[in-house]
Every structure is written in C-alpha cells, then in structure tokens.
Design a protein around this ligand. Structure first.
Ligand code: ACM
Length: 536
C-alpha cells in the first residue's frame, strides 16, 4: 500500500513539474483500441481492455525505481527497442528540463500478487504506463509485452506530433512453466557467436528463458577446454558434410552467456557422453571405448561411439571439462547428454552416469540428461529430458526427478514441416505449424504436473548450416512452443493463435528472419514506412 502510494506520488510529481512548464494541452481523443485483441505472443494470463490509449510520443519518458537492481537497464533496453521499432527517442531517468507529458514507469513492487520472479503487471492509462514487477527479470518479461503492443505506424492526425497509440487496460501475467527453452546443436554444424546472439535476441522477445547449447558430438567439439587443447584443435576441425567446423573460445562462450544474461536467459552447456563422443576420442584416443580405429567423422549416423567407462583417467578428463565449463557458466545446470549410447554395455552406462552425476554435483551444478539417464541410479535433483521414451520418463518420475518435455514427434524443431520442406529430417514425424502448437504438455504422457519443469524445443543441425536455414526450421514453430510454455492451457486456442502468429510477420521481416511461410497461416504483410535505424 505504502509503495503504491509512493509510486503514484512520484508519477504525479514528475508530471506536475513538467506540466507547469507548458500550457496544458487539450486531452487527446483516441480512436477506440482494444487491448484484448492486441498482438501479444505468448498470450498473457489476464487482459482487461479499457478501450482508450496511451499516447506514446516525443513527450514520453521512462522512469525506473531508484536503486532497484537491474531496473534501469531494463528501461534502457526498452528505450533502445522503441528507437529501433519506431525511431522515437525516449529518455530514461532523465533529469533534463525537456517537457514530459506521459511516463512509462518501471516499478519494483513487493506486492504478493506477483507470485514468481517473472510475474509482472502492466497498467496502461492515457498518460501513464505502470509496469510492476518484483524483479528486473519480471520487468524484462513485461517490456517484451509492451514492445509487442506498440503500433508500428504512428497516428499523425491526433496532435501536432506523431503519436503511437498503445491500447489501454490491464495485463496480469505469470509464466505457466518456469523452464521455457530451445536447444541449438552447434556440433553437427557450427554457428557463429553472431548467429547465436541473433537467435537469443529473437527467443527473448517471445519470453523464452533457456538456451541449451549442444557443444559436442561425433562430428565436432565446440568449446575450448584449456587443459585439453586438442579437443578443439582436432575435434573442432570438422562438421557434417566436411566443412571446416569451428569452436567457441572461452571468451566467446562468456560473451554468449553475458548476452543471454542481459535478456534474463540461462545458457545450459551440454557435453554429450558416453556416446556421441567420436570427436573427443579422435582428439585423445585414450578416451575411446569402442575398440575400433578412430577418424574424424562428417556423416549423420549415431550410436557408434563411446567413452571407455572403466578408466579413471576418463573421469579425470571429464572432471576437467565439467570444471572449466562450470566456471564460466553462471546458470545452475550442466547437461551430460547420455542419449543413444548404443555401443556402451548397459551396466557400464549405469556406472558411467552415476559417476558423472557426482562430478557435475561436485562442480556445483544440477545434472540434466536425455531420458536414458533415468535408467541409472540418479538423484531426484537431476533432470530428465524426455525426447524418445515414455518408459524412461516414467522411471524418472519414480525417482522423483523433474522432466523437461521435448518429445521428438511434437517438439523437435529439426523435423520437416511436410514432404516439401527444404531442410530437416522426418524420422520422428512431420511437424506442421499446427501440430507443433496443438498438443498439451501438461497432460502429455500423463506426467504429473508437479514433475514437469518445462518445455524445450531442440534444433538439431544435421541438415542446416547457416542462420537462414536455422530460422527456416525454428520459425515460426518456436513461437508456438513459447506459448505452450508461457500461457495456460485455458488461454491457448489454435484459431486465436493463428491470427496472432500471422501478425508476427512485420516483426520477423524487420528482424530479417527467414521464417517458413506456412500456408496454414494468413501472413500479414509488413507495413512500416519509416526508415529503420537499427535492427529491433
Ligand atoms: C536425441 O535426439 N538423440 C536426444
């Protein structure tokens, strides 16, 4: 109550100080707008429209709660995105004497209504927008919603200056699942830091908060390990199809982690083992456990490689790798892969996963593995990522583990849309845009809701080698996965989603995203007429 009062007083004073400097302007009469029909993706929990508008214009300023950690950066992020969307400069926490008639106030609130760190409330009135959140993370999610409802085109007939009417009303929002992710396989084909940053920026616009990087596989090792330099010198030199491969230095990786952190996104590193390890074993042959001669591999087969699970030196090596990566990974998770170890004996596999789980825990991380890891004696704090086996998912639940839902036939971004798809595979299914959206992770496979950590859409890269091809497979389907993981079941509806998805086209075009223009969607044409200064 006290805080709310302080906030209103602050806003009143800001407006009063500036209003006194100018003749009062007549109130603008906005054409009716309807917030409930605005183009928000994913759909917020509650929307109440009041059919007026906030007049975003050059007399608008952004203020953030003084001293609240991260809030000013969120304000600056919003100002930058407004500038790139509509070429309007908005000051943030400015004390200059320029006239201000309207404020966007990003407010740190301890209200109990804000249930989780990512919850936020938006109150949009004619002269103020108040964004309440408990944390800067929640404020960051809230400004994505705001970005989405700022119109691209100004109304130039309401006043002397250009005005972008933002539909008024109230939005109360909170995520359905705390874990909302995508995976990018940078091992089968390598993707540059620039490409990964672009993907992160796009994902964060849709409130996705996890990017899992598949950093090693048979065809390539992609992260510098200082104590084992041949992993990248040798193992990083190839990729599927025989191109040159590549790898991230630790500095590159830190740059990705920091870029993600600015968007409140967690990076999860994956080192896949004991299978999918040909590139590592070619670099250091003592690791090899399949008894066959080693050479670099540029094909697409799986299941032929394994670490030697019996040697202590292999575990010392893994300890170094997990330690070096964990030291530069602020997030709580480390993914050990564990899938498709077809040439590792079952008892050796179990022994291996048990031992590696302890290594991961020793370095302060929580282990994630593909669903096979549940056959080992894993801890209830470890997490199983369901991709193929319902039986393994059930085993994980018996052990009290949380599950990340990534069933391949519903959530794999590398599955072809249909028989005409330019890229992708179809071993699990064809996944057109509607199939990707119309399923219910909350009840899929009867996994109890309390065991579901969230949803992740993996993008394997056997058939894609550049950002355009990445975008072709990821977009638009990843937008559907964002809604499946953020919005409640009651708020999801294909007919309604289809329209909001069609309306993403101007944003995707502005961002130069080469999305797959599925015929199921009546894509809206981009209408912006102003010059773009910087990409959104
Ligand atoms: C997987 O697709 N092998 C996890």
């Amino acid at each position: 109550m006290k805080k709310g009062y302080q906030l209103l007083t602050t806003i009143f004073l800001i407006l009063l100080v500036f209003a006194c400097k100018e003749e009062p302007k007549p109130r603008i009469k906005f054409p009716t707008t309807d917030l409930s029909k605005a183009n928000m993706m994913p759909k917020p929990l509650k929307i109440v429209a009041t059919n007026n508008a906030f007049g975003l214009d050059r007399y608008t300023a952004i203020y953030t709660t003084k001293g609240a950690a991260g809030f000013e950066s969120v304000g600056n992020f919003l100002a930058k995105k407004i500038k790139s969307k509509i070429d309007l400069d908005i000051p943030v926490n400015s004390e200059s004497q320029e006239p201000v008639e309207r404020v966007i106030y990003i407010n740190q609130s301890d209200s109990l209504d804000l249930e989780t760190p990512e919850a936020y409330q938006l109150y949009i009135n004619q002269d103020s927008i108040i964004l309440n959140s408990n944390t800067a993370e929640g404020a960051f999610r809230g400004i994505q919603t705001l970005r989405q409802i700022i119109p691209e085109i100004s109304n130039d007939t309401l006043a002397e200056q250009k005005i972008w009417p933002v539909p008024s009303g109230k939005i109360i929002d909170n995520p359905n699942f705390e874990y909302r992710g995508s995976m990018l396989d940078v091992a089968r084909h390598f993707f540059s830091v620039k490409d990964v940053k672009k993907y992160i920026d796009l994902l964060s616009y849709y409130k996705i908060n996890v990017l899992h990087l598949h950093l090693s596989d048979d065809q390539g090792w992609r992260i510098e390990i200082k104590s084992w330099p041949k992993l990248t010198e040798v193992g990083g030199s190839t990729e599927v199809g025989g191109e040159a491969g590549g790898f991230y230095t630790q500095e590159d990786y830190k740059e990705i982690v920091a870029y993600a952190a600015e968007r409140y996104m967690t990076i999860i590193p994956e080192i896949d083992m004991p299978g999918h390890t040909n590139a590592a074993s070619v670099s250091y042959p003592f690791l090899n456990g399949n008894g066959k001669p080693l050479k670099l591999y540029e094909g697409m087969r799986v299941g032929f490689s394994t670490f030697d699970t019996k040697k202590d030196t292999v575990y010392s090596f893994i300890d170094d790798v997990v330690r070096e990566i964990s030291e530069i990974t602020p997030g709580p998770y480390f993914h050990i892969g564990g899938d498709e170890s077809h040439v590792t004996k079952k008892k050796d596999y179990i022994y291996f996963v048990n031992r590696v789980e302890k290594i991961v825990q020793k370095h302060g991380k929580r282990m994630i593995g593909w669903d096979e890891v549940a056959i080992a004696n894993v801890d209830s704090t470890s997490i199983s990522q369901w991709w193929a086996s319902e039986e393994n998912a059930k085993k994980a639940i018996k052990k009290g583990m949380k599950i990340i839902m990534s069933p391949a036939k519903k959530a794999y971004l590398d599955m072809e849309y249909d028989t005409l798809s330019k890229h992708g595979l179809h071993w699990a299914a064809y996944i057109p845009v509607d199939t990707a959206y119309v399923w219910t992770p909350e009840t899929f496979g009867n996994i109890p809701r309390k065991n579901i950590l969230g949803i992740e859409a993996p993008l394997w890269s056997e058939t894609i080698s550049n950002i355009d091809e990445l975008e072709y497979l990821a977009f638009p389907r990843i937008i559907g996965y964002s809604e499946l993981s953020w919005s409640t079941k009651e708020n999801r509806d294909w007919e309604d989603y289809k329209i909001r998805l069609a309306n993403q086209a101007p944003f995707l075009d502005r961002m130069d995203v080469k999305y797959y223009p599925s015929k199921l969607i009546d894509w809206k044409k981009s209408k912006h007429t102003y010059e773009i200064i910087e990409k959104d």
